[in-house]
Design a protein around this ligand. Sequence first.
Ligand code: ADE
Ligand code: ZN
Length: 396
Amino acid sequence: MDGPAAQRSNLLTKRCALGADQDVPHSPASQASRYADAMASATNSSKSPAPDPDHVDRLSRFITGLPKAELHLHIEGSLEPEMLVELAARNGVELPFADVEAVRAAYSFTNLQSFLDIYYQGAAVLQTEADFYDLMKAYLVRAHADGVVRTEMFFDPQTHTERSIGFDVFMPGFLKAMADAETEMGVSTGLIMCFLRHLPGSAAVETFHAAADYHDQLLGVGLDSAEVGNPPENFVEAFDLAAEAGLHRVTHAGEEGPPSYITGALDALGAERIDHGVRAEEDPALMDRLAMSGIALTVCPRSNLELCVIDDLADHNLKRLADAGLTITLNSDDPAYFGGYVAKNYLDTALALDLTEADLVSFARNSIDATFASAEQQAEWTRSLDDYVDGFGLSG
Ligand code: ADE
Ligand code: ZN
C-alpha cells in the first residue's frame, strides 16, 4: 500500500482542520522519523512518544488472539480497492480511477458525507451474486484472522435496490458466504439490514416489505447514512414492523448528530445498541441512562479519526465513556476505507490511549455480552476468552 491512505493507516492522528490534501505529513524526513519501524504498523499519535516495536508486536499478537465479537461493520465498507478494481473489470463498470492506487488516494475524508459519497459510488461495482459472495467471504476471512468469533454485520439494501440489484441477488451471495465461513472457520455470523436515513421513512418501510422472503434470515434492523438532519423519529414505522417480526433493533446515533438522536433512538426506535454514540458525553442524564441500562456503544475509533469526528486518536473519549460505566465495544465500521480491521482498531486505540491489556479484555468481553447470540453461545465464547486471558497470566 502506498500513497495517502497507506500513510494514514499508520497514523493515529489526522489533520482534518487543515483540509483533505494536507492531512498527512508531506516531508520525507518527517515521514521517516514517524515511521521508524514500518513493521510495527502502528506509530505514535502526535501526543505520545513513538512506541517500542517489541511492545507493539507483543500487543498486536495479544489482540489478534483475543476472542472478540465485531458488532459494527458495514459489509459494503469492507470493499478493498483491489476488489473494487477487479469487480469493475469483471462487470464492465467504468471507474473514475486509473488504478488501485488512485482509488486509495481518493480515500481522504473531511466528514461523514464526504465518505458516503465515495462509499456509495464504490458499491456500484457489486452486481452479481458472486460479487456479494466474494465481498462477504473476504471480510470473514479477515475477521477470523483478527480473532473474531462472532460478527453481526450491516448491509445497505437500498444502495443496491436503487440500482435494480434485488434481494434475490445479494442475499443468496451473503448467506452462502456466511454458511461457508461458519463451516470452514467456525465464525458465527448475523446480518443486520440497515435503512438509509437520508431517504424517507416510507422508503424504509418499503424496503422492510421487499425483504419479506428473508426476514427469517435477518438478525435485526439498523439505521445508517447521513445523520445530521435525519432524526431517528422518521423511522418509527419501519422499526415497529421489525420489532413485530421479532427482529433486533440498533441505530447509528451520536456519531456526528446530537445526543438527542441517541435519546430518540432509545425512545422512538427501541434501539438495543447504539452505533458510535460518542456524543453521549455531552448529555449527563443520557450518560447515566446508558450506564444504568448497560446498552452497549459500538465505537469505531479509526472511523472517528478518518471522518474528522476527532483530530487525534489520543483525543478519543472511549476510555472516559468506559470509566463512566458505559458498555464500550471496539469495531472497524468500514475497514477498507478507514485503514484497518477490528484488531487494528484495538491496537491503534491501545497505543494512543495507553490502554492496558485488561482494558482490551474488558472491551472484548463487552462485545461478546452485547451480541444477539444465545446465552449459551455467549458463555462459550466468554469461556474461551477467559482461557486465553489465563494463558497470558492476566486477570480479565
Ligand atoms: N454507512 C457506512 N458507514 C457509516 C457510518 N460511519 N455512519 C453512518 N453511515 C454509514
Ligand atoms: Zn457505521
